[in-house]
Design a protein around this ligand. Structure first.
Ligand code: ADP
Ligand code: MG
Length: 467
């Protein structure tokens, strides 16, 4: 008996489902429709180009394996992209609203042919929305400016909007979020996202084909143009010249321009002054590293999305230790979830620590006595020199005794080694300090609070402090 395309695809889905998380399955596989089966070629319909590219980029291995399993080694998958013209339904139905492309043809698909009014594919990533871009002090200005633009593209003072900041802080996410919101609010406006790299390649290609004018005309007809990572314009004179013309025309017509860069416009190198001065016409808004609360909110949001539940302590642990980069934060989560599910382990602090250690460089595996002294020093505002010195002042003595206590309980150091580390004291002093702390826990609430907080920090800390 030969199976039909629906059954084959249904079987594929069963396998795929077992290999990826529920959310990804829902997002990327549920919307796919099986269309036909001819020999060993299965055709599936995906909602848009982006979908196709995403599948090819992220799931090609899994797809290949799965469909070979169903249809044998010669199995092939073909995509059909569903095209809908939002602006002119009548036109779109007259060309049946659907277009067939082979994957090769889709490689450079800004304009969807076959529809009379050129409808531009915005090249937006639907994953990146305002809803899942967590707000914090680190991104408030850029986010609000983006929101304002999305309400009124081209009509605010933020033109161009330059979003800048270090890698992994959300520039691309925010740029797409603005684009997506414009696209849904103003479907008639042509919105386009393009990376500087792709833009440069288009220009090189156009020069080869003698079609630079068409490319410029195309870009000059866009209503909302988003160009990501403009630092890569550096040194590319011809590209800069063409971009300059496009920019001028769009700006003059009151069209919206959104740019991202890894540094503020004034620090861009290898880019003509006349361009840089234009970048400064609107608003430059930076993205900074998120603070602890924002990192925790980001972690929680990602976990919700993945439908994974983690104890607060672990959320805090991860957020505490992965500081500089949201992409790294996500990497830790993905890796943690994967390790837990692949090895059938529970996600506990131990597993979280081992994953974080692999991600964050400069982190020592074991907490050291020096780390502890530093933590105590920061917490009680007593300099490290005093902690290991001779002062008998009450707060210094408390800091010293707490440090010794923590060193005994949280490192593998011998009493002698601990004593040596505190200005050459002998082991009986260490024993006495630990005993004092233990005696005071019940009677001295101040000490008890300090100890609790420090123990928490020691546990949270991997420590990120380089000694
Ligand atoms: P950049 O372009 O600045 O290098 P990205 O936009 O690619 O950074 O962001 C890296 C990852 O971090 C993306 O997956 C993005 O969704 C996520 N991210 C960054 N900032 C936030 C935020 N404020 N809230 C939620 N996710 C964020
Ligand atoms: Mg980026």
């Amino acid at each position: 008996m030969t199976l039909d395309h629906v059954t084959i695809w249904e079987n594929c889905l069963q396998t795929i489902k077992k290999n990826i998380n529920t959310q990804s399955f829902k997002t990327w596989f549920e919307p796919i429709k099986p269309i036909k089966l001819e020999g060993s070629v299965l055709t599936i319909q995906v909602p848009n180009n982006f979908f196709y590219e995403w599948l090819e980029e992220n799931y090609v291995g899994l797809l290949k394996k799965t469909i070979r399993q169903e249809l044998g080694q010669s199995a092939k998958l073909e995509y059909q992209i569903f095209v809908e013209d939002h602006t002119k339904p009548s036109v779109s139905s007259s060309v049946s609203g659907r277009k067939f492309y082979s994957p090769q043809q889709i490689a450079n698909p800004f304009v969807i042919p076959g529809i009379k009014k050129l409808k531009v594919d915005p090249q937006l990533n639907h994953k990146y929305q305002f809803d899942n871009f967590i707000e914090g002090d680190c991104n408030k200005l850029a986010r609000s400016a983006g929101k304002a633009i999305a309400k009124n593209p081209g009509g605010t003072a933020f033109n161009p909007l330059v979003i800048y900041g270090d890698v992994g802080l959300g520039k691309t996410h925010l740029a797409h979020a603005i684009g997506n919101e414009v696209y849904s609010k103003f479907p008639k406006k042509n919105t386009v996202y393009v990376s500087t790299e792709r833009f440069t390649n288009q220009i090189i290609e156009a020069i080869k084909k003698n079609s630079v004018n068409e490319l410029v005309n195309f870009y000059q007809s866009i209503d909302v143009l988003i160009v990501d990572d403009i630092q890569f314009l550096s040194g590319k004179i011809k590209t800069q010249e063409i971009f300059f013309n496009i920019f001028n025309q769009l700006h003059q017509l009151g069209k919206q321009i959104i740019l991202t860069s890894d540094r503020p416009p004034k620090s861009l190198e290898g880019i003509q002054d006349r361009l840089i001065s234009r970048f400064k016409w609107g608003l430059s808004a930076d993205l900074q590293s998120p603070d602890l609360e924002t990192r925790m909110a980001i972690v929680s949001a990602k976990l919700d999305k993945e439908k994974v539940n983690l104890p607060d302590q672990i959320v805090e642990f991860i957020s505490y230790n992965v500081k500089d980069n949201v992409r790294e934060l996500e990497g830790v989560l993905v890796s943690l979830i994967a390790q837990a599910s692949l090895n059938d382990k529970v996600i506990d602090l131990h597993l979280a620590k081992s994953v974080v250690e692999n991600f964050v460089s400069g982190v020592s595996k074991e907490i050291t006595i020096d780390n502890i002294k530093q933590l105590v020093s920061d917490h009680l505002k007593v300099p490290v020199e005093k902690i290991q010195g001779k002062t008998r002042k009450r707060e210094v003595v408390m800091a010293r005794q707490l440090s010794m206590y923590l060193a005994k309980h949280h490192t593998n150091s011998s009493l002698k080694a601990i004593g040596d580390n505190f200005g050459g004291r002998d082991h009986s002093t260490v024993i006495y300090s630990c005993k004092t702390v233990e005696d005071l826990i019940d009677t001295d609430p101040l000490l008890k609070d300090a100890l609790n907080e420090l123990e928490r920090k020691v546990k949270m800390s991997l420590t990120g402090i380089k000694t």
